[in-house]
Design a protein around this ligand. Structure first.
Ligand code: NI
Length: 388
């Protein structure tokens, strides 16, 4: 089993924590009970310092190792999703319309497991900061913790995070050198035309026809403006207009998301959407107002830190179970903000054959928790070995 023996010893405790967290999901920054649970456990483990209220409900625990040395950060997210759980698990969500459908209950548990082990053994130099963040799912909890000065306050020099991955077999660990998850932006385009009776279209400027032309033109962005070797997604996910069969509308709304792996491509696409929407609308005698909002930036692994994480993972689970050249994902992650401040890496941990992330049948695989906890712990011990 690719697990530290001492962590395997208390795997049943970890399972209890995880299932307790699963039954009590909290959204965004409202992770009050979850944060309190984390604080209680950290104190129980004898962690040297526990700081709360960082990024509103974020928690940072500090464990001092042996002697002087750097501060390494380990990060887990704590928040759940506004999804109704459908499976009748014994530890099913007790809150209607909320569930841990992304496994952040498991991530919190993995980091708690590592905290317990590291506080007991302290077989590392310097210190470790255990970062428990709220609001990963769209709230920017990672950004708020960084903006609160967390990296400077604790002197964190490098940072590692993990996500469970359904479909990746249990015991497998993967990472990508460089960009690993996409930037996620959103846009709303309001097309303003001129309404009329549907039998008299010549009296109108039909915003639906204009909207179709704008949407069609936007399909050329990825196909004709983005380097084929680069990767981007432009998805229009809403097209809303009209009220009746015999009325030409005044306005149409197009909305959607843009995913990119390079900042330059991201900026280019933002400009291109505005230019196309305004230009195509003007050509039809209509106008377009584009509201482009930059969301989470690209999550960029430092290639050396990704390679370091791969070596640590190989020692833990064997080289045959590690892929250090994993392809990037077009999903997004607000761990990106921590990686903008200090070098580090984001790692994917096999969760086995379960329902997908954000699916109402998803449930974190408790077997993955001791593996993740062992990896967190070994990252610290290998990054900051005790001087002999
Ligand atoms: Ni997630």
């Amino acid at each position: 089993m690719p697990v530290i023996n001492r962590i395997a010893d208390f795997a049943s405790d970890m399972k209890e924590w995880r299932q307790h967290l699963h039954a009590h999901p909290e959204l965004l920054f409202e992770t009050h009970e979850t944060s309190a649970f984390v604080v209680e456990r950290l104190k129980e483990f004898g962690v040297d310092e526990v700081a709360t209220g960082i990024g509103r409900t974020g928690v940072v625990g500090v464990i001092k190792g042996q002697g002087e040395g750097p501060m390494i950060g380990l990060r887990a997210d704590m928040d759940a999703l506004p999804i109704q759980e459908v499976r009748d698990l014994p530890y099913k969500s007790k809150v209607d319309g909320k569930m841990h459908a992304c496994g952040h209950d498991g991530h919190t548990t993995m980091l708690l497991g590592a905290a317990r082990y590291l506080a007991e053994t302290r077989n590392f130099a310097g210190s470790v900061a255990l970062i428990f963040q709220p609001a990963e799912e769209g709230g920017g909890g990672g950004r708020e913790m960084v903006e609160d000065g967390m990296m400077e306050r604790f002197g964190i020099g490098r940072v590692f995070g993990m996500h469970n991955w359904p479909g990746l077999p249990l015991g497998k660990i993967e990472m990508t050198p460089g960009p690993t998850m996409a930037a996620a932006d959103t846009f709303d385009i309001v097309i303003k035309g001129f309404g009329a009776h549907a039998a008299y279209p010549h009296d109108s400027v039909d915003p639906i026809v204009v909207g179709m032309a704008v949407g069609q033109a936007m399909q050329s962005i990825v196909a004709r403006n983005v380097d084929p070797i680069d990767t981007a997604v432009v998805s229009i996910t809403k097209f809303i207009a009209g009220t009746a069969h015999n009325v030409i509308a005044e306005e149409a709304l197009l909305a959607g998301t843009v995913r990119t792996l390079r900042e330059e491509t991201r900026q280019d696409i933002a400009k291109k959407i505005k230019a196309l929407a305004e230009g195509v609308a003007a050509a039809h005698g209509a106008s377009a107002e584009v509201d482009y909002r930059f969301g989470y930036p690209v999550t960029i692994n430092d290639p050396q830190e990704a390679a370091f994480a791969a070596r640590v993972a190989e020692k833990l689970v064997g080289a045959e179970n590690v892929d250090s050249e994993r392809a990037a994902e077009m999903g997004a992650e607000d761990f990106s903000y921590m990686l903008q401040k200090v070098p580090g890496a984001y790692v994917f941990v096999g969760q086995g054959d379960t329902a997908g992330l954000h699916h109402p049948e998803y449930d974190f695989n408790d077997e993955a928790a001791p593996i993740g906890a062992s990896l967190y712990a070994r990252l610290v011990e290998e990054a900051q070995p005790v001087a002999r």
